[in-house]
Design a protein around this ligand. Structure first.
Ligand SMILES: Cc1cc2nc3c(=O)[nH]c(=O)nc-3n(C[C@H](O)[C@H](O)[C@H](O)COP(=O)(O)OP(=O)(O)OC[C@H]3O[C@@H](n4cnc5c(N)ncnc54)[C@H](O)[C@@H]3O)c2cc1C
Length: 377
């Protein structure tokens, strides 16, 4: 049973359909009937510059999985039951949680970035920056689990906006609880990120937590308030762990190197709901592949399941140029950094998901073919 049909859940279904074909029955639960794919917006982060929707029914047909439009609200691990919101009790041999994370606003008074820079309050701030109406804009994020790249992408986008406008001399500052910018990639990358920000004139305040923005002052902890005309904050993330699954205080689930949930037998957690601190499509997919391999091996597929040992990757766009980040977070082999070109061939900047990426390509192609034949007709 796979719970959640986001990137991680879909990747798990596709991977199991491949590794364990004919050995397992697949059942996917999600209250939504379709998967909505919306490229997050700062530059070209997903490598796919358009949104689309995909009916889960079609996914079921593609990989012989049964689909249930229901949420799983609890687990009874002793009786191996997943309990649905409808009251139905689903028995499982292996259970994968891919329930993602929920975004909550984090800094009172600030504009929250919900994933699209061209929407809502964030777009207004960028427009005012372009019009030269703002002297100082701060970009910040809360402590805890989160998505760190958009913070820097937004600040660099603001630099580009200010460059086009009357507000050319506006100050842009990143205020972050990190002890160094993008430290999750490793110290080499953090050092280069600091140099890049400095070169582009982005000011940096590290080691502080934003509290609230009021009367033109961003209150931070620790330290003195920071004067600003506008503040954009990333949301706080909360994991979507159902009842009966051990979770940390923010709802994230601890897992081992095979994506197995600590303390529960035959239960896995993959994607944003896991407590791995870097939240990204490629990471979610990798965790799903690792879980699928572990399950396929148990089902007798004759494979040696891999351990989760990801390389973190990201792209920052600055002044029309892409800067490619890579690292393992702990500088094993001292290999984190930022380079001018992708370090693993042209696809490295794009979402790398073994099964999900080809599915996205196929859907985009099918849609293009349909449009072309409609135009011909
Ligand atoms: C602001 C922001 C910007 C981002 N930008 C990027 C980016 O540029 N590039 C990138 O790679 N990543 C980006 N990410 C991260 C990326 O979106 C996630 O890592 C990825 O979507 C995780 O996929 P998932 O399948 O774990 O979760 P989700 O995509 O959230 O899917 C979870 C699914 O579970 C279902 N579900 C939830 N609860 C239940 C339940 N109880 N029962 C059944 N189903 C349930 C939901 O309906 C949903 O379909 C960004 C994230 C944020 C917050």
């Amino acid at each position: 049973v796979i719970v959640g049909a986001g990137v991680a859940g879909i990747e798990a279904v596709l991977a199991l359909g491949d590794f364990a074909a004919g050995r397992v029955d697949l059942h996917l639960c999600d209250p939504r009937h379709e998967f909505a794919y919306r490229p997050f917006a700062v530059a070209e982060p997903y490598g796919v510059a358009r949104s689309f929707r995909y009916e889960l029914r079609k996914l079921g047909e593609r990989c012989a999985a049964s689909i249930q439009a229901d949420a799983i609200v609890a687990v009874d691990p002793e009786r191996r039951l997943a309990i649905a919101e409808s009251g139905e009790k689903l028995s499982y041999d292996e259970l994968i949680f891919a329930t993602g994370a929920r975004m909550r606003w984090a800094v009172a008074g600030a504009a929250t970035f919900w994933g699209a820079a061209d929407e809502g309050e964030v777009s207004e701030i960028l427009a005012r920056l372009r019009a030269g109406e703002l002297g100082h804009v701060v970009f910040t994020m809360p402590a805890g689990h989160g998505w760190v790249l958009p913070l820097y992408e937004l600040a660099l986008l603001a630099v580009a906006e200010r460059g086009q406008s009357a507000g050319e001399d506006a100050r842009i500052t990143v205020v972050t609880p990190e002890s160094a910018p993008l430290e999750i990639f490793g110290t080499g990358a953090a050092k280069q990120a600091r140099a890049l920000l400095e070169q582009l004139g982005v000011e940096l305040v590290t080691g502080v937590r934003p509290v609230r923005f009021e009367r033109g002052r961003l209150i931070v902890d620790p330290g003195d308030a920071i004067e600003a005309d506008a503040v954009v904050a990333l949301p706080h993330l909360e994991g979507g762990a159902p009842d009966g699954v051990p979770r940390d205080r923010d709802g994230f689930i601890a897992t081992d190197a095979h994506s197995r949930v600590a303390g529960l037998e035959d239960v896995y957690a993959v994607g944003d709901v896991s407590d791995f601190p870097f939240k990204q499509v490629s990471i979610a997919a990798e965790q799903a592949d690792v879980a699928a391999e572990a399950i396929a091996a148990k089902a007798g597929a004759g494979i040696e399941p891999r351990r989760f040992a990801p390389v973190l990757r990201g792209v920052l766009w600055a002044g029309g140029e892409a800067h490619y980040l890579h690292g393992r977070g702990d500088d094993r082999n001292g290999d984190s950094g930022i380079s001018a070109g992708p370090d693993e061939g042209p696809s490295a900047s794009r979402v790398k998901a073994r099964y999900f990426s080809p599915l996205v390509d196929a859907i985009v192609r099918e849609e293009a073919d349909l449009t072309a034949s409609a135009q011909t007709a």
